[in-house]
Design a protein around this ligand. Sequence first.
Ligand code: BTN
Length: 254
Amino acid sequence: ELNLNTEFIGKDVKVYESIDSTNKQAKRLAVEDATEGTVVIAEEQTEGKGRRGKSWSSPPKQGLWMTIILKPKIHPSKASMVTLLAGLSVVQAINDCSQNKAQIKWPNDTVINEKKVSGILTEMSSELDLVNYIVVGIGVNVNTQTFDDAIKDTATSLYIEEGKSYERAVIAQKILKKFEQNYILFLKEKNLKLVLDTYEKNCINLSRQVKIIHHNEVEYGKAIGISEEGHLIVLDENGTEKLLNSGEVSIRGI
Ligand code: BTN
């Protein structure tokens, strides 16, 4: 049912009616012998996972819950770029079919009207200097109409912002196509700059003030760019340049 016009991303698609988490399933398949580009999709996740140990609500049919298995021959330090590429691909895919403008909130959330419509959880297994596999889990709130109280002020869906229902398969197809294009550019290192430029153009944080939360300490800065390893480059209050690592800090104040 997925009409993909891709080279290797999504050549093999595993669809489940209900599963604990597509990331968990992807990791199980990755250590078996799933090939690069295998995609895991579920109608429903019973233990959907978000970043920072949070859960991710994944009721049946309301969203796209999907994980891509990758096996790039790269150094683990380059892996966070893959997550950024996935975020960019989601934004590009949504902008292809929405009236409202979708933007990336660094590192990889997608926001529409400053509310979150999609999140990404990337998990990696690596040896000292080589990646074994990366699973990129993408959650898009597609047809969700209401959210739990805890997130209702910050979360949204395509349905809520655009006022119409979407075919989840069409969204999946667009994301996978974009992701493949971006991933191929990324693997040919000389094109990395091009992808980074596109990312920066689509990023809501650039030139804006960000509130940086690191181990409960709060700081302010101005986002000025993205490094080649996917850090957010900010100028702190003293005008000193700092590289923020997505694993360590969370930012607010878009
Ligand atoms: C976040 O913003 O906190 C990340 C959310 C990631 C959710 C997706 S849904 C598909 C995949 N499977 C999971 O368990 N999580 C990711």
